[in-house]
Design a protein around this ligand. Structure first.
Ligand SMILES: [Zn+2]
Length: 339
């Protein structure tokens, strides 16, 4: 048997090799660790999203009937039997029960697993992004805290938009008890975000992230601009509503949609809201065309023209897309237009 070929090497080279190997190993271990942490935190956020989605389902069933969301405990909407703990596990219970109540066999709607899954997935995305930033050792701590606060606010907005989307889809109802506080929270978010960023700029000495130099009036400029954005976004819907009324002498769009647009503007700013509006209108048009082409509707002549579409639902979906991917969409659009 031939002896294995050995690389002739000095002892110095050997130590150097060993050292390099060890440091590479340590580096790989660190990468592996951060990747593990990132995955674990994302999974945790997703599971938390499932739980909050489950709570949202309770709200969505009870708010329209003006019932308390705390009392009584979760029960079957048909036979009123209180559910045991294992019938309350998000997603799993619905699958295990195959979408039916254990005692009365009444079907449990698709909405339940769908809402749970939506909030779960929608919460995992910002968490995944945040962890990418948070685990970067070059990033100043102040900026990590800023990102954390920003991420938590995004989770709240996403939850709110899922709630409004379902309420409008099921009841054509965008309740004031959600839209008005939503506008106020969004306003506070936009102003505080700016204040935070100015603080972070001062703390880290990084090139201005807040864009302070572009705002001659500082904080009051932000307050004023946010208010104007809210008015423009809400006013856009009021204008369309008015034009529709002039032409058809009928109410086309609900006032709730105007409040929803104001809410989006408060959170996402005017450019982000326009992205949401464009996506919402596009989805609404596709839905209207699908309705027009479906044989059931076209048989009853003129029915499609009076069928009410939940514009709010489409706007909420647009808002969710804009909240998560608004920046790249806007950048791509501006590039396309040659800016
Ligand atoms: Zn039942």
């Amino acid at each position: 048997m031939p002896s294995p070929i050995r690389r002739p090497c000095s002892s110095r080279r050997k130590t150097w090799d060993r050292k390099r190997h060890r440091s590479a190993h340590r580096f790989n271990a660190r990468i592996l660790n951060t990747r593990m942490i990132r995955i674990l935190v994302t999974i945790f956020a997703g599971l938390l999203g499932l739980a909050f989605g489950s709570f949202l389902n309770v709200c969505l069933s009870r708010w329209p009937n003006d019932e308390s969301v705390v009392q009584p405990r979760s029960h079957c909407r048909n036979c009123a039997r209180t559910l045991s703990w294992w019938e309350n596990i998000p997603l799993v219970s619905w699958l295990a029960l195959r979408g039916r109540c254990r005692t009365c066999r009444a079907p449990i709607g698709w909405r339940y697993p769908l809402v749970e899954l939506s909030v779960g997935v929608l919460w995992a995305i910002p968490a995944w992004r945040f962890m990418n930033q948070a685990l970067d050792p070059r990033l100043p701590t102040a900026l990590v805290y800023y990102d954390l606060a920003n991420t938590l606010c995004t989770l709240l907005l996403l939850w709110l938009l899922v709630a409004l989307a379902v309420l409008d889809a099921e009841h054509l109802w965008l309740p004031n008890m959600l839209t008005f506080p939503g506008v106020a929270l969004g306003f506070a978010y936009s102003v505080l975000k700016f204040v935070f960023l100015v603080k972070v700029d001062a703390l880290t000495g990084l090139p201005l992230k807040s864009g302070m130099e572009n705002l001659p009036f500082g904080i009051w400029g932000v307050v004023l601009w946010t208010l104007i954005s809210i008015l423009i976004a809400g006013g856009l819907i009021l204008l369309i509503r008015w034009v529709y009324w002039l032409i058809r002498r009928k109410e086309g769009i609900g006032l709730g949609d105007a409040k929803l647009m104001a809410l989006l503007a408060a959170w996402l700013g005017l450019p982000g809201t326009l992205v949401a509006f464009a996506i919402g209108v596009l989805l609404g048009t596709i839905a209207a065309l699908a309705l027009l082409l479906s044989p059931k509707v076209s048989r009853t002549a003129g029915a499609w023209a009076t069928t009410k579409l939940p514009l709010g639902t489409f706007l909420c979906i647009g808002g969710i897309v804009s909240a998560l991917w608004g920046q790249p969409i806007l950048a791509a659009y501006l590039r396309m237009e040659g800016f």
